[in-house]
Design a protein around this ligand. Structure first.
Ligand SMILES: Nc1ncnc2c1ncn2[C@@H]1O[C@H](COP(=O)(O)OP(=O)(O)OP(=O)(O)O)[C@@H](O)[C@H]1O
Ligand SMILES: [Mg+2]
Length: 489
C-alpha cells in the first residue's frame, strides 16, 4: 500500500483503498442507523491522522470521542483482520482536540456575528426574506461604519439603531420596517434561550487551531461535541456551514497534492439541506466546489443519498454506502436510487447488495488516481484502531486540561464594539439635540423648531457616522460567498 492510500477494507479477493490525492473530490457516507457509518468515519479520521492530515468532525452522539482511546482485541475483529488480510494492525488512540460551544466537553468554540455574516445568521435564525433583507441592512451599515458586531448584544444594539434611524438610512440602504426588526429581535431571544449567545463572542476560533499536527507528525482530530448543539438543528447546521465557508475563504489556493490539508466530516448532513432555500443551496454548492482547490476534503454523512441535493451529490466522488432497509416503497425507491449512483460491478446486483449488507459492511466506489470512479465493491470494512463508543468523562477532562489549546479560548473578552459605540453615539446625539434645542431662538414657531431640530439630528448622524468610519476596523469589509468575511489574510 502506497503512502497516499487508505485501507478501507477487503472485498474477498482484493483490498479496497482510498486514494488520498482524490480525497478533496469529497465523499459521502450513507446507511441506515446502526449499520456502521460512525465507525467508518472513525476509520477514515484516524487513517488521515496517521498520514499527518488534520481532521475536523462534529460528534452528534458523543461516540466519536472514542477516537481518543485505544480499541480492544475481540475475536470478531480478528476475523475481520484475517478476511481483509490486514497486517500490522495495532490498537492505539489518535491525537484529538475537543471543542464544545458550551465549553464543558471541550475548548469553547465561538465566532463573531460579523464573521458569520448576514446570510448564515439569517439562516440560523430562520428569518424570512424580508427579515433577512433587514439583517443585510444592519450588516451593511455596521460594515460601512466600521462598527464591530461581535456578540448578540452588538447585533441587538445595531438592529435597534437601524430601526431608530430608519428614515435617515432609507436613501442609502432601503426601507427598514420596525416590525421586521422586532421579529428578528424575537428570534434572537429564542436563540439566546437555546444557549446561542455562547456561540458568539471573542476570542473566535482560529482556523489554524483546526489544522494542527502533534509532535510525532500526526494530524490532530478536532472533535466538536454536538450532543447539545444538535438539539437546535438550524444552529448546528449553520455553524458547520460557517466553518466550511471560513476555511474556504481563509485557506490559500493549492495545486494538486498527495493528500488533503484538512478533512472535514459533516455528520447529519441532511440538516443542512432539509430547509435550505434554493439561493442558499446554490451557495453551498459553490463552497463545496471551491473548497476543493484549497485542499479540503469534505465527507457528508447521512442516512440516504437522496438527502443530499443532486448538484452536491455530483461533486462527491468517494462513496461508502452501508446497508439500507427496504420496508416501505419510499425505502425501496431510495435504495434503488442509491444503487444507481454506482459504477456497476458485473459480479453482483447493487440494489440487492445494499439491502443485504451486514453491519460494518459497505458498497464502496472511490476515485482512482486519474479521478475515474472505480467499479463498486462489496467491502468488509477494516476495524478502526481506536475504541468503539465514547471515552469516559474523566478521561475527556484530563485530555482537555492537558491540551496546549487549553486557556486560549477559556475566557470571553468583551472589547469595545457596536453595543458600546452605539451607546456612545446615542449619548452624543442626545447632547447635541439638547444644545440645538437650547440654541433655537425663542421667537420661532413650533414647526420651525421641530424642523431645525430634525435637521440637526440628521447632520449629527452623518458626522458621527463619518467619524466612526475606520475607527475600529480600519478598512472596508469584503464578504464572501456565504456572507462571511473574506480575504482578510
Ligand atoms: N468496521 C467495523 N468493524 C467492527 N465493528 C463495526 C464496524 N462498523 C460497525 N461496527 C459495529 O456496529 C456498531 C454500530 O456502528 P455505528 O455506530 O458506526 O453505526 P451508525 O451507522 O453510525 O449508526 P447511527 O446512525 O445510529 O449513528 C458499532 O458499535 C460496532 O460494534
Ligand atoms: Mg452514528
Amino acid at each position: 500500500m502506497a503512502d497516499n492510500q487508505i485501507l478501507l477494507g477487503g472485498s474477498g479477493n482484493q483490498q479496497v483503498l482510498l486514494d488520498t490525492s482524490m480525497a478533496n473530490r469529497h465523499g459521502l457516507i450513507t446507511g441506515a442507523t446502526g449499520t456502521g457509518k460512525t465507525v467508518t468515519l472513525q476509520l477514515l479520521a484516524e487513517s488521515f491522522s496517521r498520514l499527518g492530515v488534520p481532521v475536523f468532525t462534529a460528534d452528534v452522539k458523543g461516540d466519536l470521542s472514542g477516537l481518543a482511546g485505544a480499541g480492544q482485541a475481540h475475536p470478531k475483529i480478528d476475523q475481520r483482520l484475517q478476511f481483509i488480510a490486514l497486517e500490522g494492525h495495532g490498537f492505539e488512540p489518535s491525537p484529538t482536540a475537543f471543542w464544545d460551544v458550551f465549553g464543558t466537553q471541550g475548548h469553547p468554540v465561538r465566532t463573531t456575528v460579523s464573521e458569520m455574516g448576514p446570510i448564515l445568521l439569517s439562516n440560523l435564525l430562520e428569518l424570512n426574506e424580508t427579515q433577512a433583507g433587514v439583517m443585510q441592512v444592519a450588516f451593511s451599515v455596521a460594515d460601512d461604519d466600521g462598527l464591530l458586531l461581535l456578540d448578540l448584544k452588538d447585533l441587538r444594539a445595531m438592529l435597534n439603531w437601524v430601526a431608530d434611524n430608519a428614515r435617515e438610512l432609507e436613501r442609502d440602504y432601503g426601507r427598514v420596517a420596525r416590525a421586521s426588526v422586532s421579529a428578528i429581535l424575537r428570534r434572537l431571544l429564542v436563540l439566546e434561550q437555546a444557549g446561542g449567545e455562547r456561540l458568539f463572542g471573542e476570542p473566535a476560533i482560529r482556523m489554524e487551531h483546526l489544522m494542527q499536527t502533534d509532535f510525532s507528525g500526526r494530524g490532530v482530530i478536532s472533535i466538536l461535541d454536538a450532543t447539545t448543539l444538535y438539539h437546535s438543528p438550524r444552529v448546528y447546521a449553520s455553524f458547520l456551514l460557517w466553518l466550511l465557508s471560513e476555511l474556504m475563504e481563509e485557506l490559500p489556493e493549492r495545486g494538486d497534492a498527495d493528500r488533503p490539508c484538512l478533512v472535514f466530516f459533516f455528520d447529519e448532513a441532511h440538516l443542512l439541506f432539509d430547509s435550505a432555500p434554493k439561493a442558499l443551496l446554490q451557495r453551498i454548492t459553490q463552497v463545496v466546489r471551491l473548497i476543493r482547490s484549497k485542499g479540503v476534503a469534505v465527507f457528508f454523512i447521512t442516512q440516504y443519498p437522496n438527502d443530499v441535493p443532486d448538484e452536491i451529490i455530483g461533486q462527491l466522488g468517494n462513496r461508502i454506502q452501508h446497508a439500507l432497509r427496504a420496508y416501505t416503497p419510499r425505502d425501496r425507491k431510495a435504495l434503488k436510487a442509491a444503487a444507481e449512483t454506482f459504477r456497476p460491478n458485473p459480479a453482483f446486483d447493487a440494489t440487492e447488495a445494499i439491502a443485504n449488507l451486514g453491519v460494518g459492511e459497505a458498497l464502496i466506489s472511490t476515485l482512482d488516481a486519474k479521478g475515474i470512479p472505480t467499479v463498486v465493491e462489496r467491502t468488509l470494512m477494516a476495524p478502526p484502531r481506536s475504541q468503539f463508543g465514547p471515552i469516559d468523562d474523566a478521561r475527556r477532562q484530563e485530555l482537555i486540561a492537558r491540551s496546549p489549546l487549553n486557556g486560549t479560548y477559556a475566557e470571553t473578552v468583551d472589547r469595545e464594539s457596536a453595543y458600546e459605540m452605539l451607546h456612545k453615539r446615542e449619548h452624543e446625539l442626545a447632547q447635541r439635540q439638547q444644545q440645538a434645542a437650547e440654541q433655537t431662538a425663542p421667537g420661532k414657531t413650533g414647526v420651525q423648531r421641530r424642523l431645525s431640530r430634525r435637521q440637526s439630528v440628521g447632520e449629527a448622524l452623518a458626522k458621527s457616522i463619518a467619524r466612526s468610519i475606520g475607527s475600529s476596523i480600519g478598512r472596508q469589509i469584503i464578504r464572501g460567498i456565504l456572507g462571511s468575511i473574506s480575504g482578510r489574510r
